[in-house]
Design a protein around this ligand. Structure first.
Ligand code: FDA
Length: 307
């Protein structure tokens, strides 16, 4: 974990920093780079446009940590609305959904989140739309895995995300492989204690490659989600060596990050899905993106000193 990343993630919980980012004009351009739109319709159009270009997309209505059942219901309704829009789209086979279980009420109880997730899965199931539960920080890891284990018996269109930073991930990968559930593997975007997560970037990267290889060989249509060119090259060599067909997995990248690499993988004939975040509650998501790359903040600082 780099010092910069730790610093920004800690700072993101500090109200004046949040005010600076959400209220200042300085960050507008950068927010626009990472957040497709605050509005569902506009974001949906962007998603469809990506599909027309040949990409796959995952639509993510931004929001997390709701603290009332009413707010959780509202989030679930927004997701069922998105599911309805997808069902009617000519691009529906290229679109799926990502959701955070704390947006569906996990802080009020796992049953509330599970029932709201079930509502979305019910709308999506007849259309074959996949709905992935994003992975949040460590207090939610085991609970998310358990919800997937429960729901997967009934809904083959659910799956989750596993973070290579977490000590438990290799065993969760094995569990998901055993069940036949789809996994997106990521490095992990949250600040975690050393009791549960590797702190060294090199170790997180090493575990990423290990986990991704296991999923590519034995998993069900895994999603390899990274912008790391070195890891992508290593995995491409593995894919070739093991003769893994291109239709058996997909790459995933985030809207606004490494568009050159996204296009390169598309041109090479791989399945590549773009994660498209939208909605007004973008601050926590944006601060995680800010923390991932010092250059994002330097870009803002530079513009301060420009005439
Ligand atoms: P790494 O951080 O090493 O970056 C590699 C390169 O990518 C950088 O050198 C830079 O060029 C580029 N890059 C990365 N981040 C950037 C940024 N913010 N701005 C500009 N350039 C950047 N995490 C999680 O905990 N739970 C989840 O559910 C998800 N879901 C998810 C979905 C998808 C589709 C992706 C791609 C990622 C996630 N993540 C996530 C985030 C993930 O855990 C991780 O924090 C980021 O992907 C950054 O890690 P990289 O693998 O890209 O490598």
């Amino acid at each position: 974990m780099t010092l910069f990343r730790t610093f920004i993630l800690k700072l993101s919980f500090f109200k004046p920093f949040e005010n600076l980012i959400t209220k200042s004009f300085l960050f507008k351009k950068l927010v626009k780079r990472f957040v497709a739109s605050e509005d569902l319709e506009a974001a949906f159009k962007i998603g469809e446009e990506y599909c027309r270009e040949g990409y796959l997309v995952s639509m993510d209505q931004l929001g997390e940590h709701v603290e009332s059942t009413e707010a959780a219901d509202t989030e679930a309704e927004a997701y069922t609305e998105m599911a309805g829009r997808i069902a009617k789209s000519p691009m529906k086979d290229k679109m799926n959904i990502s959701v955070k279980l704390t947006a569906l009420g996990m802080n009020l109880g796992d049953d509330i989140a599970k029932e709201n997730y079930r509502k979305i899965l019910d709308v999506c199931k007849p259309h074959g739309t996949f709905v992935r539960a994003d992975m949040e920080d460590s207090p939610y890891t085991g609970r998310t895995v358990t919800i997937i284990e429960d729901l997967f018996r009934e809904y083959k269109n659910c799956g989750t995300v596993l973070q290579s930073a977490m000590h438990r991930t290799q065993s969760d990968i094995q569990k998901m492989i055993g069940m036949g559930a789809r996994v997106r593997i990521v490095k992990g975007a949250y600040l975690e204690p050393e009791t549960v997560a590797y702190q060294q970037k090199s170790k997180v990267d090493e575990m990423y490659v290990d986990g991704a290889k296991k999923l590519l060989k034995e998993g069900t249509y895994p999603a390899i989600a990274t912008h790391d060119p070195k890891i992508i090259e290593t995995l491409k060599e593995f894919i070739e060596q093991e003769k893994i067909p291109k239709e058996r997995f997909e790459w995933q990248m985030i809207y606004g990050i490494r568009r050159d690499l996204q296009k390169q993988l598309l041109d090479e004939g791989y399945n590549i899905r773009i994660y498209i975040p939208y909605g007004a509650a973008w601050y926590p998501y944006f601060s995680r993106r800010l923390a991932e790359r010092p250059a994002n903040l330097f870009f803002i600082l530079k513009s301060l000193f420009k005439k």
